[in-house]
Design a protein around this ligand. Structure first.
Ligand SMILES: Nc1ncnc2c1ncn2[C@@H]1O[C@H](COS(=O)(=O)NC(=O)[C@@H](N)CO)[C@@H](O)[C@H]1O
Ligand SMILES: [Zn+2]
Length: 500
């Protein structure tokens, strides 16, 4: 990997007068300023330099250390002093005439439209990136981010097919299933729910709503109350700034639902739209496009990120740690893969999101307590066949990164269950997860602890559609066949709306 820069330092007058000083600085630069901070011999190198009428023209190369754009700044600083003092020659600015990065690669880049990259040429195992950057971009590390982006693409194989990591952790003993229908089909037949007007959207009647609330109450009674989780309300319209701090801004775009405000509340401004509708009974979507503002962010996606706004920039007293909170205040929205799925994969879903933060050992301990409670719920109350697997952390997958986290403590445990109607080889369904997210969010949102110890956090998403899909797929729709505790909590079947 090599950086190359052909730059010219613009001077206020002919630099020839300072030739001697310049020569001295150039001669020793590689052993001093251009190698500071680099392992021996790995600093930046001066390939050539010459004096123009009103410029000092320099060619630099470098590897990963003292990259050419940092090197040229150091040279500029070292030259400015003597030229200014002794010869009254000022350095007016810096122009990058040629800036290239060559990266070893086994294939060409699919998407070549990268900001500040003029061209991408692939030949015999090397990608040559030609950049178009100015002093400002060089100062705020744009070339470094371009290199990181390209190296990540090389690593991911550049086609975004994230190799999902999966390691079995635990599996419950087998159960025979007395039901093998598709519960969504059955629920539609029984009128328990109806498809909403939106893509992947459902309207839940009294029965499935009651079931959601029964599951929610089990989580409250068996986990949240005994373990002391406090309920909070996290925002459900998520601003870009939140997703910049959480990392979602790196990759959420294909799957989020965008939110745009009106350009103004002034009714006059909207009169033509309203008139158009009143006359045509069609919503003039084309007209709307001109009248709404830019997207300010999107609908709730991961549910926990906006909670960090509550802690952002704060130092938390030791006595308040570990913090254990949860939110169930609204829906999550994802533009899921096409095709009509049952209630197990929807665009609008209902989740209880648990979040906990504290020192590393507090977070690890809290996670273990949570895992034990879930074990009890799925084995002793919901009577499920299920398993747990160690997978690519959800926050990496949502940033388009595959693999697993650096240490084997940080990561996501997926809870999965078979849906009998999919058959013995059918894909199991992830119905919830538990994650130790390490330092990611306290760092991302600049949250400190009184003791100065690194803060860690974890989160767990309980998907109510998923719990319902798994529970009904395994136990069927007849409450007579449900585990006793669920039957008791469910009570008498709510009266059904009768459609003629
Ligand atoms: N499209 C969907 N339809 C129904 N439930 C979903 C959908 N996407 C996610 N969920 C539920 O939300 C849970 C967590 O989603 S996740 O993306 O895996 N993880 C996160 O977002 C974490 N912030 C924990 O919530 C899933 O296990 C599942 O129960
Ligand atoms: Zn979360």
């Amino acid at each position: 990997m090599e950086f190359y820069l052909k730059a010219s330092l613009k001077t206020s007058a002919d630099p020839a007068a300072g030739k001697e000083d310049i020569e001295k600085i150039m001669a020793e630069a590689e052993n001093t300023i251009l190698s500071k901070g680099a392992p021996a011999g790995e600093g930046a190198k001066i390939k050539s330099w010459s004096l123009g009428e009103k410029s000092i023209d320099i060619e630099l190369t470098s590897g990963r250390y003292v990259r050419v754009h940092d090197a040229i700044m150091r040279l500029k600083k070292a030259l400015a002093e003597p030229l200014g003092k002794a010869h009254k020659i000022g350095i007016r600015g810096l122009e990058a005439e040629v800036f290239t990065i060559s990266v070893p690669a086994d294939h060409d880049l699919k998407n070549k439209k990268i900001p500040y990259v003029k061209s991408v040429d692939f030949n015999d195992g090397t990608l040559l990136l030609t950049l178009d950057v100015g002093e400002a971009e060089m100062r705020n590390q744009v070339p470094d981010r371009i290199l990181t982006l390209v190296e990540d693409k090389m690593e991911q194989g550049d086609y975004g097919a994230k190799a999902e990591h999966w390691n079995l952790l635990w599996e419950s003993e087998d159960r025979e299933f007395r039901y093998s229908e598709d519960p969504t089909e059955d629920m539609l037949k029984q009128g328990w729910l109806k498809r909403g007007a939106g893509r992947g959207q459902w309207i839940h009647g009294p029965v499935t709503t009651r079931l959601f609330r029964v599951f929610e109450q089990i989580v409250v009674d068996e986990i949240l109350a005994p373990l002391g989780y406090d309920e909070m309300i996290f925002p459900k319209m998520v601003m870009w700034d939140i997703w910049k701090h959480s990392g979602h801004a790196k990759g959420i775009y294909p799957e989020m639902y965008y939110v745009c405000p009106p350009k103004t509340r002034d009714p006059e401004y909207w009169e033509d739209v309203m008139d158009y509708y009143k006359v045509t009974h069609e919503v003039p979507v084309e007209m709307l496009k001109e009248k709404i503002g830019d997207p300010i962010g999107g609908m709730c996606y991961a549910q926990c990120p906006p909670s960090w706004g509550f802690f952002q920039g704060e130092t938390i007293a030791n006595e308040s740690l570990p913090i254990t909170i949860f939110d169930r205040s609204g829906t999550s929205h994802r533009y899921e893969s096409g095709g009509i799925h049952g209630i197990e994969r929807v665009d609008e879903f209902h989740r209880i999101e648990l979040v906990w933060l504290g020192t590393q050992e507090q977070v690890v301990e809290t996670t273990k307590q949570l895992q034990d409670r879930y074990m009890h719920i799925f084995n002793d109350i919901l009577d499920l066949k299920w398993r747990k697997a160690w997978v690519t952390p959800w926050f990496m997958a949502q940033e388009g990164i595959a693999g697993v986290a650096a240490d084997e403590v940080t990561g996501t445990t997926d809870y999965e269950a078979p849906l009998p109607y999919r058959g013995p080889e059918g894909e199991w369904l992830e119905f919830q997860n538990v994650s130790i997210n390490g330092e990611k969010y306290p760092n991302g949102f600049n949250v400190k602890s009184q003791s100065g110890e690194k803060l860690w956090s974890g989160c767990s998403g309980v998907g109510l559609e998923r719990w319902t899909a798994v529970f009904l797929a395994q136990h069927g729709l007849d409450p007579e066949n449900w585990p006793a505790e669920v039957q008791k909590r469910f009570g008498k079947m709510p009266k059904q709306v009768k459609f003629l």
